[in-house]
Design a protein around this ligand. Structure first.
Ligand SMILES: Nc1ncnc2c1ncn2[C@@H]1O[C@H](COP(=O)(O)OP(=O)(O)OP(=O)(O)O)[C@@H](O)[C@H]1O
Ligand SMILES: [Mg+2]
Length: 416
């Protein structure tokens, strides 16, 4: 195993749907009377034949749609549930933060739970004591330390649980979506702490839907789809794949749109979003470089009749407010006597729109006459991305755009 922290070989996990019993007493009773109850059970494979290896000190992001099997995989790795088949080898003390409150005993106080968790991790009382203040400080629940955890809000529970998981010096830290629970400030703190842990050479497995956080923290990634590994490798490559598949609306035909205006000498036929390697994307990330490909067709005229093409694209947000406007008149790139072509490509470097859903209104003039005009021709999604290359983004509801900026201090020099 030398420097391998986690080795997973062909694991699968089967759940029975409709079988409400997981209690062994009921199961025992049913097998005694020789039946499984009136309810029909159905088998469902939440994980299918998963294999991968994580080296010591690697930070790996696990991404995928809701229900893909991410949490199930983490539960299996944390030994909270057994895989149905397959083998797992783990070399190192594991500390995991899965669902809110897992690992806490509700009747015990916050203080008692910290010691309980440390003991489970194999730490001595003195070792835990040495970390105690840091944990309390990080969690911000000092006032409630002697209150039973069952009286904590879910935010408080997750704060303490994260503080415990991250500070008790596990060799392997497994975190499921904790960033979705706390407030923005706490999320940033957690990310920073996970980075410290990874930087100290410990192994981190991190599940999140926040691509900015995942891409900043993790070097490697695993994209789970319907319980199987769809692709694994470099995190940015894996994220790209995930985004490509997350919306299937990329190549929408516009030919069915009857509510368009203009002579139709030249008309838009479909729109695609392409990454810098010309692969189709189903959504883009803030900060990403991409190309909007407006496919065109020209039935009514030969290309020789086209002397000039002016194109504009209006971008509206989900409340239909115009947020930006692109035009080849503004960029001084009106196409003159273009000859034959079948798409108009707009390169957009470092997308500054914040996450959300946007629509595009397309407009073009041929020889100074309106040729095609389609309102809200195309909808696309902007996902959180690492715009500032720090893995951090402003809190939600702080505007519509990101702006590059730098901070500095200066002093006014006074001459005597
Ligand atoms: N105890 C269970 N019994 C039956 N089915 C389950 C059980 N736990 C999970 N599943 C099913 O297994 C599949 C994978 O669930 P899982 O929670 O691992 O998904 P996930 O990738 O974590 O999703 P999300 O992004 O929503 O957190 C889902 O279809 C879920 O309904
Ligand atoms: Mg989950």
């Amino acid at each position: 195993m030398s420097n391998v922290a986690i080795s997973v070989e062909n694991i699968s996990k089967r759940y029975s749907i409709g079988d409400t019993s997981s209690g062994s007493l009921q199961d025992a009773f049913r097998s005694l009377v020789g039946r499984r109850g009136a309810q029909k059970t159905e088998e469902f494979w939440a994980l299918k034949d998963i294999s991968f290896e994580v080296k010591q000190g690697e930070a790996i992001g696990i991404i995928g749609k809701n229900g893909a099997g991410k949490s199930t995989l983490l539960k299996v790795l944390s030994r909270i549930t057994e895989p149905t088949t397959g083998r797992i080898e783990i070399d190192g003390r594991v500390s995991s933060l899965l669902e809110v409150g897992t690992g806490f005993h509700p009747e015990l106080t916050g203080r008692e739970n910290v010691f309980l968790n440390g003991t489970i991790l194999g730490m001595s009382r003195d070792e835990i004591k040495a970390k105690f203040d840091e944990i309390v400080d990080f969690s911000g629940v000092e006032k409630f330390l002697d209150t039973p955890v069952k009286r904590y809000s879910s935010g408080m529970k997750v704060r303490l649980a994260f503080a415990v998981a991250a500070h008790l010096e596990p060799e392997i830290l497994i975190i499921d979506e904790v960033l979705a629970v706390g407030d923005a400030e706490f999320q940033k703190k957690c990310l920073g702490k996970m980075q410290d842990v990874a930087g100290e050479g410990r192994t981190v497995l991190f599940v999140s839907h926040n691509m900015a956080a995942v891409s900043h923290l993790c070097k490697g990634g695993i994209f789970l789809n319907n319980g199987s590994v769809k692709i694994a490798g470099d995190i940015n490559h894996v994220i790209d794949h995930y985004l490509q598949e997350s919306i299937s609306a990329a190549d929408i035909s516009l030919n069915s749109r009857k509510d368009r205006k203009g002579t139709q000498m030249l008309r838009f036929s479909s729109i695609e979003i392409l990454d810098i390697e010309q692969r189709k994307l189903s959504s883009v990330m803030s900060g990403q470089n991409f190309t909007l490909k407006l496919k065109t067709e020209s039935h009514r005229a030969s290309f020789n009749d086209i002397r000039s093409i002016k194109v504009s694209v209006g971008i509206n947000d989900s409340k239909d407010n115009r947020v930006s406007y692109l035009s080849n008149e503004i960029t001084d790139q009106v196409f003159m006597n273009p000859g034959k072509f079948d798409s108009i490509d707009i390169a957009i470097p470092k997308l500054s729109l914040q996450p959300g859903t946007y629509s595009l209104t397309l407009f073009c003039k041929v020889n100074n006459e309106i040729s095609d005009w389609i309102q809200n021709a195309f909808y696309f999604k902007v996902e959180p991305g690492d715009f500032y290359s720090t893995g951090k983004l402003p809190p939600d509801n702080q505007g519509a755009f990101y702006l590059d900026h730098t901070f500095s201090l200066s002093e006014n020099v006074v001459f005597e």
